[in-house]
Design a protein around this ligand. Sequence first.
Ligand code: IDP
Ligand code: MG
Length: 183
Amino acid sequence: MMRALRKLELTLAILKPDVVAQPHILKEIRSVILQQEFLFVRSKKLILSPTRAKEFYKEHDGKFFLNRLVSFMSSGPIWTHILARENAIPEWRRIMGPTKVLKTIHEAPETIRGRFGLTDTRNCTHGSDSTETAAREIKFFFPEFSIGKWHDTEETHFFSRQVSLDEDLCQHVSLQDVSDAIS
Ligand code: IDP
Ligand code: MG
């Protein structure tokens, strides 16, 4: 019943170590995210252990690139974001561009990976590829977060854009909460 009322979709985005190591690129990608009308629901900066990175990418078990992917993903800090938007899942992947940077540089140079990607491994960003994946990946990084509860309580403020960006947290907060905190 509640599902049909949902207007915004949530997705899990990761800004990978190549991006976080370059503050001006991090800033530029954040501004693309905002220009494209995504809202930051929750954000965390962290370092993945190799074990956690392997768990996150378990669908790629056995692939030739898994080892280098796991060592890259655990090589430095990453930012993880829960992003909200209409059609957030396909839209975030569209803005990221295709996976293989060495092709994407030529075929979709305007995308994030086309602009800033370094190699097929160091390709800037991650985005969930389906509703089920998004739910699993959000839970992986934000176990305390409830997607259902967010839709029931916070979505309405985000949908009507009654939110403001807390730049330090990299999180949009409901204007209601801000005025409650001030009064
Ligand atoms: P996605 O990130 O676009 O969803 P996946 O196929 O799920 O792409 O692959 C996960 C990650 O593994 C990619 O983002 C990239 O970092 C890495 N990867 C995928 N294919 C290759 C490859 O052919 N060579 C090196 N790294 C790869
Ligand atoms: Mg993938």
